[in-house]
Design a protein around this ligand. Structure first.
Ligand code: ADP
Ligand code: MG
Length: 771
């Protein structure tokens, strides 16, 4: 049934072929006990490995049931080893971390036998070889003879046609040797047994036939078998294939990992460091995002959407807007040139056209979206103050139609939303102004007031003031008719402030409170100085409508009654009319949204107004809250990316380390790999087992990482709660946790691919010779 035809085997030693077998032709019967006798180094093991399909012959052929093995593929050889051959080695070659039963079952695992059948069959052979009471033991809990019995049971469990035994009693005392050989003799009744030995006494006692080898040549054969040329070719063994499924691979690896608990835990812990890093970064950044979102809806939701008369459309461009051909600003020119610059012409401001169409469009907006809409107007206040020294002076209000920029003003209008303003400002003394003749002093967060403002209010500069120095201070509003004198056809402001101040027609306005931005406010909305309500604006516009200057200006739409000059692009009829209180149309609008979500709807509403407008007609709004929160969001994003990069590096490092540990494990388990191959494991099975192992380590590392990060979140949260008073700041989302576990598993699998590939490619013969 087994026929060797002129088998030669050359090893390559130092680049030169070294012949181990020099043309061996032997024929074996279906059941006989053949001993191969020879000195050490005569080629016995080589011959046995070639018969068993562990090693490949250099030339010649082996016929198995008449079938040539010349064209055998790796898969064919694997199946041949698994189904046709049983190996028994001198050094037993048991897998030390598996139980006796599992060792025997391994051969069946590789051929895909069900768990139940595996156990039954393995137990049965173990009972047959006399190990009934030892099946749950580990190999190192057995004697040498018992270990060899396990090896024999393992070789027999697949019911192979051929049992190959390489010095099976070489490591045993003579009594045990005899017992083992009796067992093998018994086995040879049902199948072909080829045993390698250098002990002629044992060979003579137990075997039917002795083949003697010297220097890789057969020198004697006591019972040669004739070649059976007419033998029928049996293809059966080719159809069998070994197949170990992933689940079996996983279970095998799991068992292996369990035997090395300490090391597995340390590896997984090391592997989890990167995951912990990323998990913490994710926890904290998601905490930050949640925090900012809450901050937005709590504090920032109250911020208005502002539509101002002028909007800088390109805040960060250079002052002049002069660009070179590369599109860069022309900063720090090296040429000895000076360029003329007209601010009004070169400015990148966009003028919003706030006309009746737009205002009525706003009035049509869903009223549930906003708390209020406040309109600011550009009317000039004619205000006279009395100085401490008894003098009189005019107080500049915020509006100056001759300049595009507002600055240096002392008086400014407070948007008409007292609730919102009072959510951002604290009343330090007095009350919030409630009527046209009540105003408020606004100081900054350090209770500072610019000296220039004090000067303009006619207040002496001293080191400090009490609130009472301001509360009750009164200014006078002068009507247009009392303020302007008509000279010819132009109107000139009077300078006799004392008379105006003391006139009975002058309207007193009084500081009723002192207001300061509060600690929780995100920004200072109002400029410091005197703030007045829209009631005062209404009052003045009402008063101005009948004044001479307004009536005259209406009558001469082409000439500025203040200067007698024609209007220009910046000093328009409307600007002057607004200035003198003849035009109540707004120059700015503040829309106070109900919530953060309604803010988006309001913006969308304005955007839809813009859809059919030209660029000039477009309304550009400013969302201060958004400006603040995008800055914060960008900051968080940047921090998250930087931290993730660091955590990512540690993830890579830990993956590489797992790769190295897997490689070490491959080296350590070389022998085991050889054993598995001798039992018929395919290369694929070997790599599957190691991949399964890295997957398990990666999975454990991922779970460890997520759990440890969740634990670490507890002290992190305590610290953050102490710092900013936000409980439960950092938390890891379930999806992130699962994602990280998958990532960890995937990365360690990748890291293990190289070492498991190395394992799969190990030459089984070399592997088995490894100690
Ligand atoms: P035996 O089992 O009879 O002691 P072996 O079959 O192990 O002998 O070895 C036969 C010869 O082949 C020996 O000379 C040995 O040195 C040589 N040999 C065995 N394996 C290798 C190998 N992998 N590379 C080179 N030479 C080898
Ligand atoms: Mg040998």
């Amino acid at each position: 049934m087994l026929e060797l035809i002129n088998i030669k085997k050359d090893y390559t030693v130092a680049g030169k072929p070294f012949p181990a077998l020099n043309g061996i032709s032997l024929n074996f019967k279906k059941n006989e006990f053949v001993s191969i006798l020879g000195e050490s180094g005569s080629g016995k093991t080589t011959l046995l490995n070639i018969i068993g399909g562990l090693d490949r012959y250099s030339s010649g052929d082996i016929l198995v049931d008449g079938k040539s093995t010349k064209e055998f593929s790796d898969t064919n050889w694997d199946a041949y080893r698994n189904a046709t051959i049983g190996f028994v080695f001198q050094s037993y070659n048991l897998i030390s971390h598996l139980s006796v039963l599992d060792n025997v079952e391994m051969a069946l695992r590789l051929s895909g036998v069900s768990a139940k059948e595996r156990k039954e069959r393995a137990t049965k052979v173990l009972v047959e070889v006399g190990l009934k009471d030892h099946i749950t033991k580990r190999p190192n809990q057995l004697s040498g003879g018992q270990m060899q019995r396990v090896a024999i049971a393992r070789a027999l469990v697949n019911n192979p046609m051929v049992l190959l035994a390489d010095e099976p009693s070489g490591a045993l005392d003579s009594h045990t040797s005899h017992q083992i050989l009796e067992l093998i003799q018994e086995i040879s009744k049902d199948r072909l047994v080829i045993m390698v030995t250098h002990n002629s006494e044992l060979a003579n006692t137990f075997s039917d036939r002795i083949v003697t080898l010297v220097d890789g040549r057969v020198v004697e054969d006591t019972k040669p078998v004739k070649t059976n040329a007419n033998q029928e070719v049996n293809d059966k063994l080719l159809n069998k294939k070994t197949s170990m499924n992933y689940l079996t691979a996983l279970k095998t690896s799991f068992k292996n990992l369990l035997t090395k608990k300490g090391r597995t835990i340390i590896t997984a812990l090391a592997g989890s460091i990167g995951i912990i890093g990323i998990a913490l970064v994710l926890s904290i950044s998601s905490g930050m995002t949640t925090y900012v979102n809450e901050l937005q809806s709590d504090t920032l939701a109250g911020f208005p959407i502002s539509i101002n008369a002028q909007v800088a459309t390109d805040i960060f461009s250079g002052a002049s807007g002069r660009y070179n051909e590369l599109g860069e600003t022309n900063d720090f020119p090296t040429t000895p040139t000076i360029y003329p610059y007209d601010e009004a012409y070169n400015t990148t401001l966009h003028a919003n056209i706030i006309d009746d169409t737009f205002i009525s469009y706003l009035n049509d907006m869903d009223e549930t979206l906003y708390n209020s809409i406040s309109y600011s107007r550009a009317v000039q206040l004619n205000v006279i103050a009395q100085t401490n020294a008894g003098g009189y002076l005019r107080v500049l209000s915020s509006v100056n139609p001759n300049s595009l920029f507002i600055g240096g003003s002392v008086l400014s209008e407070i948007p008409n939303n007292p609730e919102f303003i009072q959510s951002q400002y604290d009343i330090l003394s007095g009350i919030y102004p409630q009527s046209y003749n009540e105003v408020v002093l606004i100081v900054n967060k350090e209770n500072l007031i610019d000296v220039s403002i004090l000067e303009k209010l006619g207040i002496d500069i001293t080191d400090s003031y009490t609130f009472d120095d301001f509360i009750g201070k009164t200014f006078k509003i002068i009507s247009n008719d009392n303020y302007y004198t008509k000279i010819g056809s132009t109107y000139v402001p009077q300078t006799d402030y004392e008379t105006m101040f003391n006139s009975l027609e002058a309207v007193p306005i009084t500081i009723v409170g002192i207001m300061r931005v509060n600690e929780n406010a995100s920004t200072e909305l109002l400029s410091t100085g005197i703030g007045y309500t829209t009631f005062l604006t209404d009052y003045i516009i009402d008063m101005a409508s009948t004044s001479g200057i307004v009536i005259d200006q209406m009558a001469s739409p082409n000439t500025n009654v203040l200067t007698g000059l024609p209007f220009t692009t910046t000093i328009t009829y409307q600007n002057v009319m607004r200035f003198i209180g003849g035009d109540s149309s707004p120059t700015g609008i503040q829309i106070y949204p109900v919530s953060f979500d309604s803010k988006d709807e309001i913006k969308a509403y304005i955007d839809s107004y813009n859809t059919d407008k030209t660029e000039v007609q477009t309304i550009i709004y400013t969302d201060l809250a958004e400006t603040i929160s995008t800055t914060i969001a960008n900051l968080i994003g940047t921090i998250t990316i930087i931290l993730s990069a660091f955590a990512g590096i540690s993830l890579v490092v830990s993956s590489v380390m797992i790769g190295i540990i897997t490689y070490v494990s491959v080296v350590e388990r070389t022998k085991e790999i050889g054993i598995m191959r001798s039992l018929g494991a395919r290369k694929k099975d070997i790599s599957r087992i190691f991949n399964a192992e890295t997957i398990l380590i990666g999975l454990t590392a991922g779970v460890f990482g997520v759990l440890l990060a969740s634990l670490l979140n507890i002290p992190v949260n305590i610290i953050i709660n102490n710092l900013i008073d936000v409980p439960g700041f950092a938390s890891l989302a379930v999806t992130s946790a699962l994602g990280l576990i998958v990532l960890s598993t995937f990365l360690t699998l990748i890291a293990g691919l190289v070492p498991s590939g190395i394992a799969a490619r190990r030459d089984p013969v070399v592997a088995l010779r490894t100690e």
